[in-house]
Design a protein around this ligand. Structure first.
Ligand code: PLP
Length: 390
C-alpha cells in the first residue's frame, strides 16, 4: 500500500492534502518520495522557521534527546528555564506559560484574562472581543473565539462569551464594548483570514480603550510572531505592546510549542493548579526554540527578513496579473487577477514550488533563513504561475 493510501485509510479525513509525500529537506528545499525537488514557500504553515533540518537546530535537538527527552512539570530542567528567560528578556514580558500549540496558547490567554477580571471585579465580566475573520484555533473555546461563522457549526454548544467586531471598524468596537468585557484579542495580521493587516488607528484605539477600562489586550502572534514579519513581534510595527501575547508555529522551528506571555499585571493570575500541560515546555522542544531565538538574535537577521520579503513583494507587485499584495514582512498575501489562488497553487506545485492559500489569496510564509538562490528560484516559479504562463 502506498503512503498516501495508508494515510487516507487510517487518518480521519480532516485535511485537504496535496498528493506529495515529503521525505527529506534542507533549508527551504525538500524532496518528495517520487524524486521531485520543491522550494517551500509555506514552511509547514509558518512553522519550520529555520527551514528543514537547520544544522545548529538539529544538533541542539538531537543532543537534548540523548540527555533528557522529557520530565514532567513537577520537576525543573535547564532548556525550559533557559527558553523562558530568553523569551522574557527578548520580549519584555514578565512571565509565561508553556503549552504545545497555538490553540493551547490562546486557551491559556483566555483563562488568564477571565481570571484576572474575576479576581479584581467578580463574576460577570467575562466577555472577550475578537475580530470578524480572525482565527484562533480548533478547540471548542478557540473556535468560539474565531470570528468566522463557518467554524461555528456542528459542535454545539460552543463556549459562551465572545463578541466579534469588524476589523478596523472603530464604531463597531465601541458598540460591542461594555462593562462585561474583560479582554480584546486580535491578530495584527489576520493570517488564515486572508493575510490582512490591521490599521494603525484601530490598534491605537484598542490599546487606548484597554488602558482606560482595565481590559486586557491579547495579541495572538501565533503566526505573526518570532520574526515572521521582520520584527520579533508584529506589534512592534504598530508601536503597540499587548498585555498578553501568544506564540506557537515558528517558535521551536517545527516542534510543537505554544506560549502565553503575560505582563507584570497578569503574570501571577494563574496560580498552582489553575492550569497545566503534560508536554508543555518539553526539554527537546525548548532546546529547539532556544536555537530559533539565538538565530533571530544574530546581527542583521531581522533586517535580512525585511529585505528579502521586500524583494519578493516588489517582484509580485510588478505583475499586472496581480490585483493586490497584502500582509507584513514574510507573511505575504497575493490576490491574483484572472485566476483563483488554488489554480496558482496547483501550477506552482507542478513546477516545484510549495505555496499556501488563505481565502481568495495565495499565501507565502517562507522560511526566515531562505537563501537568495532559493528565493530567486522560487520567485521565478511563482511569478510565472501568476502570469499564467508557467
Ligand atoms: C493566528 C493563529 N492563532 C492560532 C492558531 C492555531 O494554532 P494551532 O494550529 O497550533 O493550534 C493559528 C493556526 O493557524 C493561527 O494562525
Amino acid at each position: 500500500m502506498s503512503i498516501i493510501e495508508q494515510t487516507n485509510l487510517h487518518i480521519m479525513p480532516t485535511y485537504g492534502r496535496n498528493d506529495v509525500v515529503i521525505v527529506d529537506g534542507h533549508g527551504a528545499t525538500c524532496h518528495s518520495a517520487d524524486g521531485k525537488t520543491y522550494i517551500d514557500f509555506g514552511s509547514g504553515i509558518g512553522t519550520t522557521s529555520l527551514g528543514y533540518c537547520n544544522d545548529a537546530w538539529a544538533d541542539a535537538v538531537c543532543a537534548q534527546v540523548r540527555k533528557v527527552q522529557h520530565t514532567s512539570n513537577l520537576f525543573y530542567h535547564q532548556p525550559q528555564a533557559e527558553l523562558a528567560e530568553k523569551l522574557c528578556n527578548m520580549s519584555g514580558y514578565a512571565k509565561l506559560f508553556f503549552g504545545n500549540s497555538g490553540a493551547e496558547a490562546n486557551e491559556c490567554a483566555i483563562k488568564v484574562a477571565r481570571k484576572y477580571s474575576f479576581d479584581k471585579y467578580g463574576k460577570g465580566r467575562y466577555n472577550i472581543i475578537t475580530l470578524v475573520n480572525s482565527f484562533h484555533g480548533r478547540t471548542i473555546t478557540t473556535l468560539s473565539a474565531t470570528g468566522q461563522d463557518v467554524f461555528h457549526n456542528y459542535f454545539f454548544p460552543f463556549t459562551e462569551g465572545f463578541r466579534y467586531v469588524k476589523a478596523n471598524d472603530i464604531a463597531d468596537l465601541h458598540d460591542k464594548l461594555d462593562d462585561t468585557v474583560c479582554a480584546i484579542m486580535i491578530e495584527y495580521v489576520q493570517g488564515e483570514g486572508g493575510v490582512m493587516a490591521l490599521d494603525q488607528a484601530f490598534v491605537n484605539e484598542i490599546r487606548k480603550l484597554c488602558n482606560e477600562k482595565d481590559i486586557l489586550m491579547i495579541a495572538d502572534e501565533v503566526q505573526t510572531g518570532v520574526g515572521r514579519t521582520g520584527k520579533l513581534f508584529a506589534g512592534e510595527h504598530y508601536g503597540c505592546k499587548a498585555d498578553i501575547v501568544t506564540l506557537a508555529k515558528g517558535l521551536a522551528g517545527g516542534l510543537p510549542i505554544g506560549v502565553c506571555l503575560a505582563n507584570e499585571a497578569c503574570a501571577d493570575v494563574l496560580g498552582k493548579g489553575a492550569h497545566g500541560s503534560t508536554f508543555g515546555g518539553n526539554p527537546v522542544v525548548c532546546a529547539g526554540a532556544v536555537k530559533v531565538l539565538e538565530t533571530l538574535e544574530t546581527p542583521g537577521m531581522l533586517e535580512n527578513i525585511q529585505r528579502k520579503s521586500q524583494y519578493l513583494r516588489e517582484k509580485i507587485s510588478a505583475l499586472d496579473t496581480v490585483q493586490e499584495v497584502s500582509g507584513l514582512g514574510f507573511m505575504i498575501g497575493i490576490l491574483p487577477k484572472d485566476q483563483t489562488a488554488a489554480k496558482v497553487q496547483e501550477t506552482c506545485l507542478q513546477n516545484g514550488l510549495l505555496v499556501l492559500t488563505a481565502k481568495d489569496r495565495v499565501r507565502l510564509l517562507p522560511p526566515l533563513t531562505i537563501t537568495e538562490e532559493e528565493l530567486t528560484k522560487g520567485a521565478e516559479i511563482l511569478c510565472n504561475a501568476l502570469k499564467n504562463n508557467a
